[in-house]
Design a protein around this ligand. Structure first.
Ligand code: NAP
Length: 484
């Protein structure tokens, strides 16, 4: 199949935190893949910026090592890597001081797209925005990319939005949520809005419930200090899971344009009902095997921060009245998997007798690993012996039909960075969306604090606390199995 990669305009991309974990693991390997795909023009420049003192050559070596280490088996010629490295430079800059800013300003070119990626701790976002302005680096057309976490509650998110707004317009601010950059998330929108088949069924009349799962096998490890102040609700639900919920539940936007899509997502968040305490289960993993417990890594050995959460949410609008949305996420679980499952209702009448009720159509959208989409349909089990029904998954990923192009799925980060260069904000969160999400989660977090809520312990390698199963069982439903 002929490649449809369209090169972006020439750009200067400055990565603040260019020596950090995210830059080395995701951002620069992703940019390299875009370079290999022919999407990066000859004139593109990438500048790493952090406080460490090093020259261009030392930084290029750091990035070459990172690409080899985190390339996920991506193969390339040494000459190709060298050609990519020629576009890379480094400037030592202190986000909180004056060092390095004049040199950085001197490296910027006029007339090219300028993007500044804030891949540093969130306490530095405001400092960077301000200094980009005072040192004359921010032009009218510059863009900033802001990493998560975007605030830790409504008040801090509002304050951060206000600080950024002092220096940049909303259409210059790209709040990144890499879940939105996943191929399958976009395929979900194509399937929903590009076909007549699904939209008539996409409502409370035909959908029994929806499950959104983001399960990890790893624990908090070295991130214990940060995570303990955050927990699963702030770290995962407020952003990633709520964004996925919005895309599943939103009304069809009139166009696939940034504000049309984001307006619809915002309406979903605003229509979320407050959750009753008995519809939330918080968990914390215990020690298991030779692995430490959550509390062994937390700063506070008596920490009550949750490493697992499961909840039942309701959206009060015509489309979804009465359809529960079950969300769960956790660490040190049985399998690493992220999936959205739309579980349709039973057929209204069984002409096949007892067998029929056990079969349901399920649209499963798998985000990781092995991105893809399947639709379980019920068919007759082949062969003689009467009418027996079985469910078979209809693969809607169509990797075979699209060949190599589909197999080489673009990583979310590289796709989103190219969107920044193109000036397309569709897959980025708008300031009001982020605030609305905090406005929904804040009272839940505050409620736990006031009640002195203690998370339920769960064994590592399981699907979380038993209460999470009960949350479903009480409703006559069950979670889909966690499997990789
Ligand atoms: P990290 O490994 O700690 O890297 C932080 C970077 O910031 C380093 O390059 C550091 O270099 C630089 N830095 C620190 N203080 C600075 C200052 N005053 N001026 C200029 N540069 C400074 O952190 P990370 O894991 O890459 O995370 C970066 C951001 O991405 C955070 O907001 C994080 O929440 C978010 N994030 C990370 C991941 C991930 O997988 N790592 C995933 C999602 C979101 P120097 O010490 O040399 O200055």
């Amino acid at each position: 199949m002929v490649s449809r990669v369209i090169p972006v305009d020439p750009f200067d991309l400055v990565i603040f935190g260019g020596t950090g974990d995210l830059a080395r693991r995701k951002i620069l390997p992703g940019l390299f893949r875009r370079f290999c795909a022919g999407q990066m023009p000859e004139e593109a420049r990438i500048i790493g910026a952090a406080r460490s003192d090093m020259d261009d050559a030392a930084y290029r070596k750091l990035i070459a090592d990172a690409i080899k280490e985190f390339g996920n088996g991506f193969t390339f010629e040494a000459a190709t890597l060298n050609a990519f490295l020629e576009r890379i430079g480094y400037v030592a800059v202190d986000a909180t001081g004056t060092d390095g800013w004049a040199e950085l300003a001197g490296r910027m070119r006029d007339g090219t797209v300028r993007a500044f990626y804030f891949s540093v701790g969130p306490s530095l976002f405001g400092d960077l925005a301000e200094r980009l302005h005072t040192h004359g680096l921010a032009t009218d057309q510059s863009r900033i990319v802001v990493e998560k976490p975007f605030g830790r509650d409504l008040q801090s998110a509002r304050a951060l939005n206000a600080t950024l707004a002092e220096h940049f317009r909303e259409d210059q601010i790209y709040r990144i949520d890499h879940y939105l950059g996943k191929e399958t998330v976009q395929n979900l929108m194509a399937v929903r809005f590009g076909n007549v088949l699904f939209e008539p069924l996409w409502n409370a009349q035909y959908v029994d419930h929806i499950q959104i799962t983001v399960a990890e096998t790893v624990g908090v490890g070295g991130r214990g200090g940060y995570y303990d102040k955050s927990g699963a609700m702030r770290d995962m639900v407020q952003n990633h899971l709520m964004q996925l919920l919005c895309l599943i539940a939103m009304e069809p936007p009139s166009k696939f344009e940034p504000d049309e899509v984001r307006d619809e997502k915002l309406k979903v968040i605003r229509a979320l009902e407050p959750i009753e305490p008995h519809h939330i289960v918080r968990g914390q993993y215990s020690a298991g095997g030779d692995q430490p417990s959550y509390r062994d890594h937390a700063e506070n050995p008596r920490s009550n921060t949750e490493s697992f959460i499961a909840l039942r949410a309701h959206i009060s609008n015509w489309r979804w009245a009465g359809t529960p949305f079950y969300l769960r996420t956790g660490k040190r679980l049985k399998a690493r998997t992220s999936e959205i499952a739309v579980v349709f209702k039973d057929a209204p009448h069984s002409i096949f007798g007892v067998d029929a009720g056990r079969h349901r159509n399920v649209l499963a959208i798998r985000l990781q690993p092995n991105e893809g989409m399947t639709l379980d349909v019920t068919i007759k089990e082949p062969g003689p012996g009467g009418m027996r029904l079985i469910d078979v998954p209809l693969d809607m990923t169509f990797a075979d039909a699209l060949g190599d192009e589909a197999e080489e799925v673009t990583d979310a980060y590289e796709r989103l960075i190219m969107d920044v260069i193109r000036g397309n904000q569709t897959l980025f969160m708008r300031g009001d969306e982020v605030e609305a999400a905090w406005a929904w989660t804040d009272p839940l977090i505050e409620g736990w604090k006031q009640r002195g809520d203690v998370p339920k312990p769960y064994d590592p390698g399981t699907a979380g606390p038993d209460d999470s199963m009960m949350l479903m069982h009480r409703d006559g439903r069950r979670w889909r199995e966690l499997k990789t």
